[in-house]
Design a protein around this ligand. Sequence first.
Ligand code: C2E
Ligand code: CA
Ligand code: CA
Length: 404
Amino acid sequence: MSSNENIKTVLAGATILQQGEDGDSAYIIESGTVEILIEKDMGLVQSLGTRGKGNIIGEMSLVDNKPRTATIKAVEDCELLEITRNDFNRRVENADPVIQMVMQVILARYRDMITRAHILRRSGDIPAPEDMEKGFIQQANAVENIKFANELKEAINKGHLELYYQPIIDLQNNHIAGFESLIRWKHPEKGMIPPDLFIPIAEESGLIVEISRQVVAKSCEALRRIEDQKKSTAPLFISVNFSAKDFTTSGFRENLQNVIENNGLESSQLHIEITERLLMDQPSNARDTLEDCRKIGIPISIDDFGTGYSSLSYLHYFPIDILKIDRSFIIHMEHDESARELVKSIVALGHNMKMSIVAEGIEDENQARMLKEMGVDKAQGFHFARPMPEPDLIAFLQEYKPIV
Ligand code: C2E
Ligand code: CA
Ligand code: CA
């Protein structure tokens, strides 16, 4: 759409924004002059002055869903460029991650200021200390997150993010079937930072998209090298974790396809891992993209299965090939009859729907044996192997003897 389609012409004397009404747009004045008016009690109107070409009006509604705080009238014929909230939000989403973080801080401060002004006005007193504190903590966190996101951006550019690989074992023959790719941040001063600490910041700042692109590329390159050095002939797979934002980027499937082809792999050798929560947050976007990936033969795996949602109807809605039973069920399985029954039910449900079942977090032989008896297809956990860097994995593969 050209910007001209968003230009509105308003005649002299017309009301552009009305105090007290809801608003979804801001306007940039392209030509003409407007007057800002505040309506007070008993019909009194106070003028706050005029604005001309190049000024923005009504911008508060873009950041806040509150009613307009002033009335704005055209003093002469005006041309206004409309910015809708949808357009604004889309631009923010596509902005540089650091700019997004700066905006979040400014917004947090702005909202805090408005809240305080509101409290002051209502009580005629100073704001309650806990309200002040909450606002300051929010600000401090937002600032910390920006610093952290900046460091993370540097880490991405300097190659300080590393991948570890954890073997996934086929329980029916005890052979290694593939690996899960797990990211680590090797921080020069803070040491190894686990993904649970930085993935949420990466998701919030949008850096996750670049991280995922690197992870998938590095994972497939590693699988190529591993395939070239291993003894057995059966092809291995690599399972990569993705986040909600990955599915909103264009060319997601094309990128996976290129990476697979460039490394001479089959589509079935790259697995997409996503959590139940991601599917619930992004149903339409995720579904189309997943369908696309599945059409070219990439299997889809649901991570942390059983922890997110009580409704199982989504299992029909999304194209799913693999269910990964969360570690929490495995921990309780040995001593808790109901956890055991739950695992059995998940296996039956998954198999009925032609899905393969992987159990996560197996730490001892007893768990492995129970899961095998229940018909679980594959297993992953410290009992078999911890996540490890590529050279250790290659050595592990060369020395591996199936546990019987
Ligand atoms: P996840 O996808 O559920 O990965 C499994 C986690 O369980 C890994 O933690 C793994 O080291 C750990 N684990 C495996 N076996 C056992 C076991 O027997 N006992 C116990 N106690 N833990 C076990 P890690 O590597 O710290 O990763 C944590 C989470 O970070 C992952 O959970 C995943 O959600 C996320 N993550 C890791 N790498 C990536 C990535 O490249 N992209 C995205 N978006 N998320 C990632
Ligand atoms: Ca996972
Ligand atoms: Ca998991």
